[in-house]
Every structure is written in C-alpha cells, then in structure tokens.
Design a protein. Sequence first.
Length: 312
Amino acid sequence: MKITLDQAVSLLNGGLVVGIPTETVYGLAASINFPEAIGEIFRLKGRPSNNPLIVHVATVDEIAFYAKKIPPNFKELASAFWPGPMTLIIPIIEDNLPSIARAGLPTAGFRIPKPAITRELLKRTGPLVMPSANISGSPSATTAEHVEDDFGSGFSVLDGGQCDQGMESTILCWNHSAWSIIRLGALAPEDFLPTLGYTPKINDATEENQSMPLCPGQLYRHYSPIAKLHLLQNITLHDAVIIGFSDRIYPNASRVFLLGNSNDPAAAAHELYAILRTLDDEHIEQAFVDMNFPNHGLWLTLRERLLKASTA
Ligand code: TXA
Ligand code: MG
C-alpha cells in the first residue's frame, strides 16, 4: 500500500515498520527509539538476530552521539560520498544504540541515503535502522511493488520509483590502520582511492581470516531467486533462458533478459534484482548468466552477487 511522506512519518514515529526508498535498494525502516519495531523487522524478514542493521541518518553530525571513536579519514569519506551508497562501520557507545539494532556488537554501520524524500523523512523521524526490504535470502527490492510482493499488498511503502543504483551500499570498516571493504556494493573499491590515498582491500567474509572484521550478513544465503542460476563464460546452449547483454547475440536462446550493454556495469547493477525477481514471477526454473565481463570496478560487485545468487 503506497503511503505519503506525512503518513510514513507518523507510522514510524508511532513505532511501526514501513518500506522506504533509497538510491541503492528499498529499506524496511524502524525508528531507533522503538526496539520492539526493530524486533518486528527481524520477524518480518525472517532475519537471524545476529545480523546487525545499518543506521540511516539525515546529517553527519547526528553520528557523533553514537560514536566512541571517529577513525581517520571518516570526515573525508563522509563529505566525498554522503549522501550516497557508502556505509561506514565504527565503534559506538553501546548505551546510546539499542543492542537489538547492532546484534550486540560494539560497532555499528551508518549511512546518509540520497533521495531528497528520504532525507526529509529522516529529518522528521530521527535515525532509522533499515535492512534491505526483502525476505532474508531473496533478491533485494528495487521498486515499491517488489516490497509489496514480499510483505503483502497491505504493507505500507513510501514510493520513490525504481532505485537509481539498484545495488546495496559499499560497506567500509576501519581495521586498525586502514579502511577495508567488508561488502562490495554500488561504489567500486577504486572509487575510494582519491579520498583515502589507497584502494581499500576487500575482505571476503568466507575466507578464514579471523583477524579481519566481518560483515555477518555475508555469511548467509543471499540475493537468491528460487530459479537455479548457472554462471557461464561462453553461452552456446539451445532453448535456454539467458541473462545477458544487449550488444551480444544469443541465437539459440528461448528467452533473453537484458542487463544492458556489456560496457555498462551501472546498467547491469540497476537491472539485476528486478530480473531475478521476474524469473520467479514467471516460474522460470533455470537461467544461464553470461559471465563474460571484466574483473574490476562495479563488475566485481555484480560477480559477487551472481555467485551468491547461484548458490542455493
Ligand atoms: O544499501 C544498503 O546498504 C541498504 C539500504 C536500505 O540502505 N541496506 C542494506 O541492509 O543492505 P542489509 O541489512 O540488507 O545489509 C547490511 C549488511 C549486513 O550484511 C550486515 O551484516 C552488515 O551490513 N552490518 C551491519 N552492521 C554491521 C556491523 N556493525 N559490523 C559488520 N557488518 C555490519
Ligand atoms: Mg540485504
């Protein structure tokens, strides 16, 4: 059910959960002041309680109240990328942030989302926790309709149209002496080079490198449609459903879903989750993905999401 900005403000300030647009993906929002509403987010998504939520704020100054320590380059990163698709994990004063939101961790992730309507909302509600607005494990929602598909047509959603990026925020964590990436996202590792003077290392949560900080959510099944995805370098199959690129020809395909041009990773990021959801809407049992694309920039995020989505 589509609601107005005023309705969203009063529902959130009354302790209810609402779907909210961001430039990355839709979020399932609750006010930081209502731990019961935060519990409802975990229940609605079927999300494990040890998977923490990101705190969304309207201005960078609001973060000072929660922060135990502001790591080096925090301010430079904030002014270069906020509002925008970057989440920064920092140590927090535990008494100032409900334990349920951060899954008991002594750290929390913060982000200022981009859409004007969402920042106006945040000014009127204060900080909101928001995971992606999908059932845990499924592809993220990039339209208000996707949110209704997962949580029911009566579920309240503020409609902001299709998300600009269609891909989650890139999550950075301060790790002793440098920032590292604990979840690939809409910003590429090399995007941070001008601000940091180095390209942050990618910490894959599946590696057994316990000295590095972890992103708990990366350990779970994620982004997966019911359809089985097969990832291929070279597609020559007959009568198959293909997820591929508009500048390539798949002469024997029974159906082709287009990620856009093969030199445009932003277009592919924008389309990916909507395509994965369409497979299930149309009861397509399996699809073959054209993985013949580069190994750098935003393509890394796409590769990682497709790998996760293809692992049941
Ligand atoms: O773009 C986004 O980040 C979207 C929009 C709605 O803002 N939100 C989003 O939230 O993707 P979610 O909950 O689907 O993913 C957040 C990820 C999870 O994998 C979680 O484990 C990780 O962030 N995370 C949150 N707080 C953390 C912390 N203190 N330490 C490590 N990882 C954390
Ligand atoms: Mg998510």
